[in-house]
Write a protein of this length. Structure first.
Length: 389
């Protein structure tokens, strides 16, 4: 066995360029599998972290009120009171389009939302100064707002925004709080936001009808039960499933994870084609090698070399060739994975399982595709082999 291994290394070293070209398919295939699997895992982790920041304990509700069947804020708060064993908090949400202005500075990119007093805890937001929207603000329709760090930096030029006046669609609002930075204070990020009392936001949106709510559950283990209770309650009011929609973020996360897993399998399948092609290349080169070394095989067999020894030598040579290609592919894949991840914008580390599987497959391909040439070499007639030129 050791002698066959040494002979295979000697044969590979004697034809460096041919050996490299033989390994190239294996190198590309292994590197591709590691890179694609690792990137998809990195993307899945990035998405999971993003959903975790939003809160996997949340249930979003959207309703379409009609003249005869509808729910309002009071109705939803009554439901919350009745289901305190399942739900921890609830907030209406009202989206408002508009322009922010302070002096000569203005912004049209900020997301403006009307929310309830519990929204701060629901979204796990933190304040850097001031306070959040209070129930008294909602009840008395106070023109107050809480702004994100990006809005504070851009519209107030580094000055303290607390208790300053911010105009939203031309109406003056008092800034009562500033949120802590979450997304590097970039335009269009979660820091580019303004929160108002939902009772005030309905006037800005020119509609008294609130159609969106967000709930948090006390225990994520009972997410399905909580979602089912909420759906049953809404069905009892609307009697039509098309008039409401209940979605949990954990359910969305599972769906996205399932999709990324399917994409991973598809991409790995495409990358594996190069491994198959590489195996055919190894078989072809080994057949050429057997032809070139026919006389050598004849001499060895005439000196007493057994059939299994010849078979073993060529199988090991094919296995070593593919294994060396696999090792080179692993090195390249491990180098490219973090570099590509940083380029795309998320952290990605080489997958240990992908490394082990791709190396095992590469070695297996060498052995499988090398067996036929090895068998041909082992079955050569010594006399015919010696006559070969």
């Amino acid at each position: 066995m050791s002698q066959s291994f040494r002979l295979s290394l000697k044969s590979i070293a004697s034809s460096k360029m041919r050996s490299f070209l033989t390994m190239l398919g294996i190198i590309i295939g292994v590197a591709s599998v590691i890179l694609l699997v690792s990137l998809m895992q990195g993307m899945t982790n990035y998405i999971s972290d993003s959903f975790s920041d939003l809160g996997t304990d949340q249930v979003s509700v959207s309703v379409t009120n009609t003249d005869t069947r509808n729910v309002d804020v009071d109705t939803m708060y009554e439901f919350l009171e009745e289901q305190q064993d399942l739900f921890a908090a609830m907030s209406p949400t009202v989206s408002v389009g508009g322009t922010l202005k302070n002096g000569t500075e203005s912004s049209t990119t900020a997301s403006i939302s009307g929310v309830g007093e519990d929204y701060l805890n629901i979204q796990a937001l933190e304040l850097s100064m001031g306070r959040f929207i209070q129930y008294s603000d909602i009840l008395s329709r106070q023109k107050v707002c809480v702004i994100g760090s990006y809005v504070a930096q851009e519209l107030f030029a580094g000055e303290s925004a607390l208790n300053q006046t911010l105009k939203i669609n031309g109406e003056a609002y008092t800034v009562v709080g500033v949120l802590q930075e979450k997304a590097d204070s970039e335009e269009g990020s979660s820091d580019d936001c303004v929160y108002l009392p939902y009772s005030v936001a309905t006037k800005l949106s020119f509609s008294a009808d609130i159609s969106s709510y967000v709930f948090t559950v006390k225990n994520t283990d009972y997410m399905e039960q909580a979602k089912s209770v909420l759906e049953d309650y809404l069905y009892g009011i609307f009697m039509n499933e098309d008039l409401y929609n209940v979605t949990s973020l954990s359910e969305m996360l599972e769906m996205v994870t399932s999709m990324t897993d399917m994409m991973t399998m598809l991409l790995v399948g495409i990358a594996a084609i190069s491994l198959l092609v590489a195996g055919i290349g190894i078989m072809n080169i080994m057949l050429v090698s057997v032809t070139e070394r026919t006389r050598e095989i004849g001499i060895r067999k005439s000196l007493g070399a057994k059939r299994r020894t010849i078979l073993q030598q060529f199988v090991i040579e094919a296995g070593v060739t593919s294994s060396l290609g696999g090792i080179a592919g692993i090195v390249i894949g491990c180098i490219l994975t973090p570099l590509t991840g940083n380029l795309i914008g998320f952290e990605s580390t080489p997958s240990i399982s992908a490394i082990l599987v791709s190396f095992g497959v590469s070695a297996g391909i060498g052995i499988i595709f090398g067996y036929m040439p090895a068998r041909r070499a082992a079955n050569l007639n010594p006399i015919d082999a010696l006559r070969s030129e």
